[in-house]
Ligand binder design. Structure first.
Ligand code: ZN
Length: 198
């Protein structure tokens, strides 16, 4: 097999869109919609200083009132080489379509219930430990009160976090940064206090 840089290429040749020098495996409990039993679930998070290719396109202040980039500027941006940007805050990912081989291998030992779902093009999913049905990411991440969206410190204390001191790379569909205020209790649980004083 030809040597590939594992930090920039996914299993299907797609570029990863997030990478970090370490990561967190978050563990929580979720009541399965399919069987009604409580199953362990995991999520993946990365610390401040991780890198992403998906940071918002920034406009110059002078352009702030314009409706958008002119077509040529947009085209330049669209076809520009991938730009990694350092992100100052933590993030959690979901709808994960690819994980670096080393991360996948670590998770197969740490969290065997989290694996690619063949019925969703290999997107990574938690599977119920009782009935083995996939647990939809939408039941775990977006809404306050769900397993990975604790509403406050007490609920966040129910989430455990294990830091893995090894390189991380993934291709996500959804990235929960600290711009999502409802993720602040979770990030505080990881030791990253978010506030509005910036
Ligand atoms: Zn179940």
């Amino acid at each position: 097999m030809a040597a590939q840089d594992p930090s920039t290429t996914g299993p299907d040749g797609e570029a990863f869109n997030i990478r970090a020098s370490s990561y967190f495996v978050l563990r929580a409990a979720h009541r399965c919609d399919a069987c009604g039993s409580v199953s362990p679930v995991i999520a993946l998070a990365v610390p401040p200083g991780h890198e992403s290719t998906e940071a918002d396109l920034e406009l110059d202040d002078a352009d702030a009132d314009s409706p958008g980039l002119d077509p040529q500027a947009f085209r330049d941006w669209l076809f520009a080489p991938v730009q990694w940007q350092t992100i100052p805050g933590p993030a959690m990912i979901s709808s994960t379509r690819a994980l670096a081989p080393g991360v996948a291998q670590t998770l197969s030992a740490l969290a065997p219930g989290y694996r690619p779902n063949p019925e969703r093009s290999g997107e990574w999913s938690n599977f119920c430990e009782h009935c083995d049905k996939p647990i939809w990411d939408g039941a775990l991440y977006p809404t306050t009160g769900q397993a990975f969206c604790p509403g406050g410190p007490e609920a966040a204390a129910q989430v455990s976090a294990q830091q893995v001191d090894a390189p991380f790379a993934a291709f996500y569909g959804m990235c929960w940064t600290d711009s999502y205020r409802n993720k602040w209790p979770l990030f505080a649980r990881l030791g990253y206090v978010c506030d509005e004083t910036e």
